[in-house]
Design a protein around this ligand. Structure first.
Ligand code: ATP
Ligand code: MG
Length: 573
C-alpha cells in the first residue's frame, strides 16, 4: 500500500475527551473515528487490525469444531419475552418498532435467536452436540460508553453457543472453548489471565471464567494467589482472613460485658476509628440490606466491604439492595451510622471475619452511642456465618492456604459460561434421547469482544510515541520510509524492497509522501508497524536503516540482510 493514497490522517494533539492511552493513540494514528458516543468507524488501518483479530478468532473457533453462521442483529421482542429477558435486560437493550408497530430489539447477545434456531432444526440426540458461532455487531446502550472501543454501544463480538445432550458433554464443549480462548489471546499478543467469575444475571448452573487482559485502566479487579494458580474476579474471589483472628489492640481489656459509650455525631467507620483510637479492623460494621423485599443486617469488619453477589448467592436471593436511610432508621431505631447487631429484630448475617473477632466496637442502635467490647457469639448470635465480603490484598488464598491474594486490574476480553438448561427450558429446545425420552438441551455460551481486543492490546502495548502492534495483528508488518521521494536511488531501492517483501506475502506500507523526514517518522511511530526500513543516503550502497518499533533501535544493514532479518522474524511469529 502506498501511503500517499492511504485514507488515514494523524493528529498531533491529544484529543481532549479521550482518557485512555489506547483511545488517544487510536484516534491520533487514524485507526478509528467517533460518530456518536460509543459508536465508531473503523478506518482502513483499524479495520485491517480488526480483520486480523477476526481471522485468528475464526481459525481457533473452526479448529475447536465450531461452525460459523450469521444471525440477524434485529430480533423480534417476542423472543425476548419468551425467554423472560425483555423486562430484565433494562435500558441497555435497544428497542425499536417497525412500520406495523411491532416491537424489536437490536441484539446485545444471541441466546434467544440461536436457541430458537436449534430448537427448530434439531430434534434428536443423533445431531448433537453442536457448537455454532458468529462474528457480528452487537448493540448495548451502555450507561457509560468510554475508553474508545473498550466500552462501545455498537461493537464487534464473537459469540458461540454449544448444545449438548449431557452435562459431561457440556464440560467437554466448555473445555474446548476455554482452550481455544487461551490460544486466541496468546496469538493476538496479549498478556491475560483466565479467572473464575460469578454466574451473574445470565443465569444457569456450573462454571464460568472470564479472560482478562491485564491493564491499569481495566474496570475489573483480578484476584490471584502468589503461590498457586487460583485466580478469580473480585465478585467471586473467596475471602479468608490471613490469621483468622482479629488483631485486638493491646489496650482492650476482656471484660464479659460490653460497654455503651457516647459517640456524638460519629457515623462513619473512619470517624469512629479515630474517635476510639482503634483500627478499623476492630470495628463491626452493620449494614441493613433489603433481600427479596425483607430487611436483614449484614456484618463485616470495618476495613472490609460487603460483596452483594456473595450475599445474594449465599441467601439464594434474587434481589439484594442496600436499604435507604429511612428503612435503616425504622429497623434499627437509630439514624444511619449507629446500627449494630445487639438487640436487632431482623436476621443478622455475619461475615466469617466478624465471627473470628474476639471483640469489637459496634453501633448501639441508638443515636450518638456505640458499644465497645462486643463479643460475637456472646452479645449477639448471627443467623448465619459465611463469606459475605470482598477479598482484600493480603488475604490468605482459600485454595492452597499458603499463598497470599494479590490484586491486578483487568479488562474483560472474553467470557465462557455454562448456561445449562436455562434457555432451552424457556424456549423449548428439546431433543429425544436414546431411550425415546424428551430432554432439554444443555447449553454453554462463549463471548469475545473482538473490537475490545483492539483497544486492549493497544492499551498494553504502546509508548509515549504511539502504538506498538504485535506482528500477528499489525495492520502492515513492514513500513518502508524513503527519506526523500525526490531522490531516485532511494525510491528505486524502496520500491525494490517493497516488491520483494510483498512477494513473500508480507504486508508493506510504503511512505511515498513528499513530507519532511520528521513528519514521516512521527507518523510511523504512531502507526506502530513492527518493522521499519528507512531508505536514505545509504541507498546508493544498497544499505538501509532497520528499526524495530518496540525498541526504536536503529541498525544499518545491507538491503538483503534487512530483508532476511524481517522474513526470519515474521516466520518465528
Ligand atoms: P462488561 O462487564 O465489560 O460489560 P459483559 O459481562 O457485559 O462485559 P458479555 O455479555 O459476557 O460481557 O459479552 C462478551 C464479551 O463482549 C465480553 O467479554 C467483552 O469482551 C465484550 N463486550 C461486552 N460489552 C462490550 C462493550 N460495551 N464494548 C465492547 N466490548 C464489549
Ligand atoms: Mg456489560
Amino acid at each position: 500500500m502506498k501511503q500517499s493514497t492511504l485514507f488515514a490522517s494523524t493528529l498531533r494533539d491529544v484529543p481532549a475527551d479521550a482518557e485512555a492511552a489506547s483511545h488517544q493513540l487510536m484516534l491520533r494514528a487514524g485507526y478509528i473515528r467517533q460518530l456518536a458516543a460509543g459508536i465508531y468507524t473503523y478506518l482502513p488501518l483499524g479495520w485491517r487490525v480488526l480483520r486480523k483479530i477476526e481471522t485468528i478468532v475464526r481459525e481457533e473457533m473452526d479448529r475447536s469444531g465450531g461452525q460459523e453462521l450469521l444471525m440477524p442483529a434485529m430480533q423480534p421482542a417476542e423472543l425476548w419475552q419468551e425467554s423472560g429477558r425483555y423486562h430484565v435486560y433494562g435500558p441497555e437493550l435497544i428497542r425499536l418498532k417497525d412500520r406495523h408497530n411491532r416491537e424489536f430489539a437490536l441484539g446485545p447477545t444471541h441466546e434467544e435467536v440461536v436457541t430458537t434456531l436449534v430448537r427448530n432444526e434439531i430434534g434428536s440426540y443423533r445431531r448433537l452436540p453442536v457448537t455454532l458461532y458468529q462474528i457480528q455487531t452487537k448493540f448495548r446502550d451502555e450507561r457509560r460508553p468510554r475508553f474508545g472501543l473498550l466500552r462501545g454501544r455498537e461493537f464487534l463480538m464473537k459469540d458461540a453457543y454449544s448444545f449438548d445432550t449431557t452435562w459431561e458433554g457440556l464440560d467437554h464443549s466448555y473445555r474446548s472453548m476455554y482452550d481455544a480462548y487461551s490460544r486466541i489471546f496468546k496469538r493476538v499478543g496479549m498478556t491475560f489471565r483466565a479467572v473464575e467469575a460469578d454466574a451473574g444475571a445470565i443465569g444457569g448452573e456450573g462454571g464460568t471464567h472470564e479472560f482478562m487482559a491485564l491493564a491499569d485502566i481495566g474496570e475489573d479487579t483480578i484476584v490471584s494467589c502468589s503461590c498457586c494458580s487460583y485466580a478469580a474476579n473480585l465478585e467471586k474471589a473467596a475471602a479468608r482472613s490471613a490469621d483468622g483472628v482479629m488483631k485486638t489492640p493491646e489496650a482492650f481489656h476482656h471484660e464479659s460485658d460490653c460497654q455503651k459509650i457516647y459517640t456524638p455525631n460519629i457515623r462513619s467507620i473512619d470517624e469512629l476509628s479515630s474517635f476510639l483510637e482503634m483500627d478499623a479492623s476492630a470495628i463491626i460494621k452493620t449494614l441493613v440490606y433489603i433481600v427479596d423485599g425483607k430487611p436483614v443486617a449484614v456484618l463485616v469488619r470495618g476495613d472490609h466491604e460487603v460483596n452483594e453477589i456473595k450475599l445474594a448467592n449465599t441467601l439464594g436471593a434474587q434481589h439484594v439492595e442496600l436499604a435507604d436511610s429511612d428503612t435503616t432508621e425504622r429497623v434499627t431505631g437509630a439514624p444511619v451510622g449507629f446500627a449494630g447487631p445487639i438487640g436487632l429484630a431482623i436476621p443478622v448475617y455475619a461475615d466469617q471475619a466478624v465471627a473470628d473477632m474476639a471483640e469489637g466496637a459496634a453501633g448501639a442502635n441508638e443515636a450518638d452511642f456505640h458499644y465497645i467490647h462486643v463479643m460475637p457469639g456472646r452479645h449477639f448470635q448471627p443467623a448465619m456465618i459465611a463469606d459475605f465480603r470482598n477479598a482484600v490484598e493480603g488475604d490468605a488464598c482459600a485454595r492452597c492456604e499458603e499463598g497470599m491474594l494479590r490484586f491486578h486490574r483487568g479488562i474483560e476480553v472474553g467470557h465462557v459460561f455454562k448456561l445449562g438448561t436455562k434457555y432451552s427450558e424457556a424456549l423449548g429446545a428439546k431433543f429425544v434421547d436414546q431411550n425415546g425420552r424428551e430432554q432439554a438441551m444443555i447449553m454453554g455460551c462463549y463471548g469475545i469482544g473482538v473490537s475490545r481486543i483492539l483497544s486492549a492490546v493497544a492499551e498494553q502495548s504502546h509508548d509515549s510515541r504511539g502504538i506498538i502492534w504485535p506482528a500477528a495483528i499489525a495492520p502492515y508488518q513492514v513500513h518502508i520510509i524513503p527519506v526523500s521521494v525526490k531522490d531516485e536511488s532511494q525510491m528505486k531501492l524502496a520500491e525494490e524492497l517493497y516488491g520483494r517483501l510483498t512477494e513473500h506475502g508480507i504486508e508493506v506500507l510504503l511512505d511515498d509522501r513528499d513530507e519532511r523526514p520528521g513528519v514521516k517518522f512521527n507518523d510511523s511511530d504512531l502507526f506502530g508497524i513492527p518493522y521499519r526500513l528507512v531508505v536514505g543516503k545509504l541507498a546508493a550502497n544498497a544499505e538501509v536503516e532497520f528499526v524495530e518499533r518496540r525498541t526504536l533501535e536503529k541498525q544499518v544493514l545491507g538491503a538483503d540482510a534487512a530483508l532476511a532479518r524481517i522474513i526470519a522474524s515474521l516466520r518465528g511469529q
